[in-house]
Design a binder for this molecule. Structure first.
Ligand code: URA
Length: 233
């Protein structure tokens, strides 16, 4: 085990054990715990659903469980998780205040990148988590989560620190792309940027979001009777 990982795991487990709560989110976690929608089910120790506050205003979405997460069943329990804890502490929050999960709920072998069909198979779990938690802000950690939730193929180096309003499940959400803590661990310049982007989270959490704009209906066209008779309208 990586030094410090046990202490970090203790802090994470103290946040919330998703399966021990009698809530809709716990019910969803139970459903996900036996998921076989993709090949990753074969190699996993367990599903890493996510954990934290079930009504968190801030949700953090990483890429996929790694070795330690797969063993312990909790997200971000290794070195990247320790950095995440430190960043949260810097803005006065703990894991118990936020909700942390990944785009993929199972560990890809050798920590390889998620494959498109795996992301597609796993995405409904993430969307159902978002619908139940109803966060105000979703911070996407790294390229995979950012591209998946924005639906755009724009890399994290171009969009980090730039919040954008999205409508997910009929609710307005601020999506806030951040560098992945695992990448920042080994790149001091990236760590500085991650720290300064992270420091804006309290302001974003306090922001009032615009209501979703109602669908603008175009005026009814005048359709000649002959066209209606053709069955085109
Ligand atoms: N990296 C991730 O993206 N997620 C984890 O849970 C751990 C490391």
């Amino acid at each position: 085990m990586v030094p410090g990982a046990a202490a970090a795991a203790g802090a994470v487990a103290a946040a919330t054990d998703p399966l021990s709560q009698p809530t809709p989110l716990a019910e969803l976690a139970r459903e996900a715990s036996v998921c076989t929608r993709c090949r990753l089910a074969e190699g996993r120790t367990q599903v890493v659903f996510g954990n934290g506050h079930p009504d968190a205003d801030l949700m953090l979405v990483g890429e996929a469980p790694g070795f330690h997460e797969d063993k312990q069943g909790l997200p971000f329990v290794g070195q990247a998780g320790k950095l995440l804890d430190r960043l949260l502490e810097g803005i006065g929050l703990t894991r118990a205040d936020v909700y942390v999960c990944n785009t993929l709920k199972c560990r890809p072998p050798g920590n390889r990148d998620p494959m498109p069909d795996e992301k597609e198979a796993c995405e409904p779990w993430l969307f159902r988590q978002i619908a139940l938690i109803e966060p105000k802000v979703i911070a996407t950690l790294g390229n995979h989560a950012t591209k998946q939730l924005t639906g755009k193929d724009i890399g994290i180096t171009r969009v980090h620190g730039q919040e954008q309003q999205l409508t997910l499940g009929g609710r307005r959400i601020l999506l806030y792309p951040l560098y992945h803590p695992a990448a920042a661990l080994y790149t001091p310049a990236m760590l500085k940027v991650l720290e300064s982007d992270f420091a804006r989270l309290p302001e974003l959490l306090g922001r009032e979001l615009e209501a979703p704009s109602p669908i603008q209906l175009a005026p009814e066209p005048e359709v000649p009777a002959a066209v209606v008779q053709l069955g085109l309208f």
